[in-house]
Structure formats: structure tokens, C-alpha cells
Design a protein around this ligand. Structure first.
Ligand code: ADP
Ligand code: LRH
Length: 499
């Protein structure tokens, strides 16, 4: 029989990667998860006229390349799973074909729609019906933008597939809708755990587009004959994992039975805690927290924070200017820069859109009476310290909303390769940070495939396997007084910039 091997595709907004995972018994009888990177590729928005798109067929091509490389390396995965960023989707016509290139969630078409729908339905009612923080990218605003402009694609569509479901469909021909992704749309009602069809009707969004969600760990079907022939591989079965990358990452947080706080640190920073039920009270909305569906029937009470996107965009600017710089060097320069010289509010709306990031940061500093960063090290330091202070705010808000205290913060995701950020976060929060694994989304993705394969029983067993297989790094808080003063400054300037 085939060994317990699975292949995960984790598609982030900045890069995609393929990880193969194998459950292997150690000499002492314990099981460990061994992972190896098979493929990695860049991902970015493509601008076409006024719109931003994902190059979805290129992503499909990279997935095929990753599958081929995995078999060439001698692995024989039984299953394959895909997780991606949330909210985005492709539309399928009556003949089963994809209607055009999906929009990128930073497409400007949703500008002003949060305000419009909140005024029309009432912010509290709108929030209670989805449990989600109002983010301009949520699927509801994207579909409403299409419906109110009479989109021909929307009119021709028969089925909506969220990005991981779309990529799985392109490989298998089987349309499906996975639960954790469904909960990022703001059209899914956590109270009834079903689609909010009344809201869809009122917004001119055809309710027939939406399939019944399936739970993470559901087997979807074999890769199509065409794909098997093209790649010359034996049958592989696609599994719906925690298909939202955030849900997959949280599934791989090496926490035990105690309540815990996590930070999924990539393009976005998602900070929160895991609960059995959503928290739909007005305070959740007031603090801009979301209740997203998680693996194992859990709910994730978390806040979307702008995250390393700001640094990514500065780096892109420098790279495009012809003097490229790598993250390790950027972090070194930040390390050498003067501490706490100037701070920004990372969630200021101006930082959401692409381009001109260094000018936006300089303008924020000017407007708030702080010195402007002068070089790359100072820009990076300003972004990282501001994020760390913002994490403290979200950490405390999560404690308040959940009515719990956390011993420390588990940090996972690509951002933890930035050790300076981990250290600053421990300092700002005043609690230890437990960092790892960096490839949490890919690992969580693999774990759910092993659940589908019958190799792992549940989420608790999955997390034990992570802590046995990938020891976390620990960062201790330092310099209490300096951080307290900085936090006061941060709160004042973020309040001032909102006013
Ligand atoms: P996503 O899944 O959203 O594409 P990742 O989890 O891959 O994002 O994290 C990407 C971020 O990780 C980058 O924005 C960058 O700030 C950080 N990063 C990646 N590699 C390094 C590195 N070698 N050193 C420091 N930071 C890094
Ligand atoms: C992080 C993430 C986040 C949001 C955003 C669109 O990659 O999935 O949870 O949904 O992307």
C-alpha cells in the first residue's frame, strides 16, 4: 500500500509553495511529520486597465509543475490539498468554463461599499449576519460591485468557486465549496451555518451561485484523466483542507489544551484566539474583530491587521527602482537603525492599496509631527515597530473580547523568519513569543489531508504532531519601560490619525 504521503499547495498573496509531507514512525515508536519543499514561485497582482487581477492559469500551471517535481523527486502522494488567501473567487458558466480572470482583492471596485451597505442594512445587523470585520475585500462587496454595474460575467455565471475550490476544480472537474473559505465571504451566516440568501437577493447576487459548504478534511475526488495523462502520474485524490490559508495556519499552531493567542504573520497579520462559538456581540464589531470558520468546527476570533504588506510594497518599490534588496539585508539594516524614531498606524486606509508606499509612510509621519524615515533601514524599523505595537493592541483586545488571559503569543507564517519582528513583538506585548512553524499553512494543509486519509484523528492530535515535529523558538520580552512609553505614543497617534 502507498505510504502516508500528502502534497500541500499553499498559495499566499506574495508567493505560492508546494510541500510534501510524510508521517514517519521514529525508532521509539512516536510519529513525526517530515516535510520538504518541492516548489516555490512568486505571486502578484496583474494590473489590466482600471482593474487588478490574479493570473489564475499561471498559478494552475505552477501547481502542475509542483506535482510533477514531487513525483520526480520520488514521492508518491496519495492526496493533494490547496489552500489560498481568503475572499476571492472565479465564476463558472453553464458549460463549466471559467469566466475570465478573477479579480484581486485589492481591486479598487469595492471603494465606498462598506459605508453604503452599512448605511443600508445597519452595521450591527450586517455584522451579526456574518460575524466578519468589514474589510473592503470581502466577497460581498466584490459581488455587489459587479451586480450594481451590471457585470456581464456575473449575469453569465452559474457557479461561484472560491480560489482554492476553483484551483481544485480546474484539476479535478469537481465543483465544491469548502467551509472555512465560505466564512470569509461575509455572505455566510454563522448563526445558522448557512448562506445568507435574503442578503444575496437584496444585493442582486444570484443565490444559485453558491454550493453547500463541506467540512475541512472532505475528499473531493481524483485528479482528472487529462491532468494525470499530462503529468504522467498515478491517481491522486484531491482533499478540501482548511482551504483558507489562515485556517490551515491556525490548525498548525503547536498549542495544547489551554486557551492560546496566535498571530499568523504573512502579507496580512491575523491575530486572535480559537473558540468553540462565534462572538457576535457589538463589541466585536466595535473592535473590528472577525469570527472566521476554522478547522475542527472551531471559530477564529481574530483581527485582520495590514501586516508585512507594507514592507513588501516598500521592497517592491526599491526592487523596481533598480537597487534590489533581500529581506535578510533589510532586517539587518532595520536592526542597526535607531529604535522608536517614528511610528505609523499600519491600519490607516492609505496603506491598503498598492504603490507609493514610502511616500505614504513619509506623509503619515509628517502629518503626525514625527521625523520622516531617511533610508531603508529606518523605513523597515518604523514598519516593524509599528506592527509590534499594533499586535499588542490586538492581543489585549482579544483578551477582552474572549474574557481570557494568554501566557504568550504563538507566531506562525513566513514573517517569523524576521527574528527582529518576533523580538519586537515580545517586547511590545510584554509576554513571550513562541515562533514556529514558518510554513504553518502548508503544514496545516497536510494535517487535514492526513485526517482525510484516516492517519490522524483530530485537531488535538494534529497539533501534538506539530509540537513533536517542529520545536518553536522562544523570545522573551525586554525593556518594559521603553515599550510602555512607545505604546502610549502609538495609541495617541493612531487615534489622532483616525480623527
Ligand atoms: P503570504 O503567504 O501572505 O504570501 P508569507 O507567509 O510567505 O506570506 O510571508 C511573507 C513575508 O515574510 C514577507 O512579506 C516578508 O516580510 C517575510 N519574509 C520572507 N522571507 C524572509 C526572510 N528571509 N527574512 C525575513 N523576513 C522574511
Ligand atoms: C491571509 C488572508 C487573510 C484575508 C486575506 C485576503 O493570506 O487569507 O485571512 O482573508 O488573505
Amino acid at each position: 500500500s502507498r505510504r502516508a504521503i500528502a502534497l500541500a499547495f499553499d498559495m499566499g498573496a506574495s508567493s505560492g509553495r508546494a510541500y510534501v509531507g510524510e508521517l514517519a514512525a521514529e525508532a521509539d515508536g512516536t510519529r513525526k511529520l517530515k516535510v520538504a519543499e518541492m516548489h516555490r514561485f512568486e505571486n502578484e497582482a496583474v494590473r489590466v486597465g482600471k482593474h487588478l487581477h490574479w493570473d489564475i492559469l499561471r498559478l494552475l500551471q505552477e501547481i502542475k509543475r509542483g506535482i510533477r517535481k514531487t513525483f520526480q523527486a520520488g514521492y508518491d502522494p496519495r492526496t493533494l490539498g490547496i489552500d489560498t488567501w481568503g475572499v476571492d473567487f472565479g465564476l463558472i458558466d453553464g458549460g463549466g468554463e471559467l469566466l475570465g480572470n478573477p479579480y484581486h482583492y485589492r481591486d479598487p471596485q469595492t471603494e465606498g461599499l462598506i459605508e453604503e451597505l452599512s448605511a443600508r442594512f445597519g452595521a450591527d445587523a450586517l455584522f451579526a449576519s456574518s460575524g466578519l470585520q468589514f474589510m473592503p475585500f470581502n466577497t460581498i462587496y466584490q459581488l455587489y460591485a459587479m451586480s450594481r454595474t451590471g457585470s456581464a460575467k456575473l449575469a453569465a455565471a452559474r457557479t461561484l468557486l472560491l480560489t482554492p475550490d476553483l484551483l481544485t476544480y480546474l484539476l479535478t472537474g469537481v465543483p465544491a465549496c469548502e467551509f472555512t473559505m465560505a466564512t470569509t465571504t461575509q455572505l455566510f451566516d454563522p448563526r445558522t451555518r448557512s448562506w445568507n440568501k435574503t442578503l444575496m437577493r437584496e444585493l442582486g447576487i444570484p443565490e444559485t451561485l453558491f454550493l453547500e459548504p463541506v467540512a475541512p478534511g472532505t475528499r473531493i475526488g481524483p485528479l482528472s484523466e487529462e491532468v494525470l495523462e499530462e503529468l504522467r502520474i498515478p491517481p491522486v485524490e484531491a482533499v478540501a483542507v482548511g482551504s483558507h490559508d489562515t485556517a490551515s495556519a491556525i490548525a498548525a499552531v503547536p498549542a495544547g489544551d489551554e486557551p492560546f493567542a496566535y498571530l499568523v504573520c504573512g502579507t496580512w497579520s491575523l491575530l486572535g484566539t480559537e473558540l468553540a462559538e462565534p462572538v457576535l456581540k457589538p463589541e466585536t464589531l466595535a473592535l473590528s474583530f472577525s469570527n472566521e470558520g476554522g478547522v475542527g468546527g472551531k471559530y477564529q476570533l481574530l483581527e485582520n491587521i495590514m501586516g508585512l504588506w507594507i514592507l513588501q510594497e516598500c521592497k517592491r518599490e526599491w526592487d523596481d527602482d533598480g537597487s534590489p534588496i533581500g529581506y535578510p539585508e533589510l532586517v539587518e539594516r532595520a536592526e542597526a537603525a535607531e529604535p522608536l524614531r517614528s511610528l505609523i498606524d499600519p491600519d490607516d486606509a492609505r496603506f491598503y492599496g498598492p504603490s507609493d508606499m514610502t511616500s505614504k509612510i513619509r506623509a503619515f509621519c509628517r502629518e503626525t509631527g514625527q521625523p520622516e524615515p531617511r533610508d531603508r533601514g529606518e523605513f523597515a524599523r518604523c514598519i516593524l515597530e509599528s506592527l509590534a505595537l499594533r499586535y499588542r493592541q490586538a492581543f489585549e483586545q482579544a483578551e477582552t473580547l474572549a474574557g481570557r488571559k494568554f501566557a504568550g503569543l504563538h507566531m506562525v507564517g513566513g514573517g517569523i523568519q524576521n527574528k527582529l519582528l518576533c523580538r519586537l513583538s515580545a517586547g511590545a506585548i510584554g509576554r513571550p513569543v513562541f515562533a514556529g512553524p514558518a510554513e504553518a499553512s502548508a503544514i496545516g494543509n497536510l494535517l487535514l489531508q492526513f485526517v482525510a486519509q484516516g492517519e490522524i484523528a483530530d485537531l488535538a492530535e494534529a497539533r501534538r504532531l506539530v509540537s513533536d515535529s517542529f520545536p518553536a523558538d522562544r523570545y522573551e520580552p525586554d525593556d518594559r519601560e521603553a515599550w510602555e512609553a512607545a505604546y502610549g505614543r502609538f495609541l495617541a497617534l493612531s487615534a489622532a490619525s483616525k480623527a
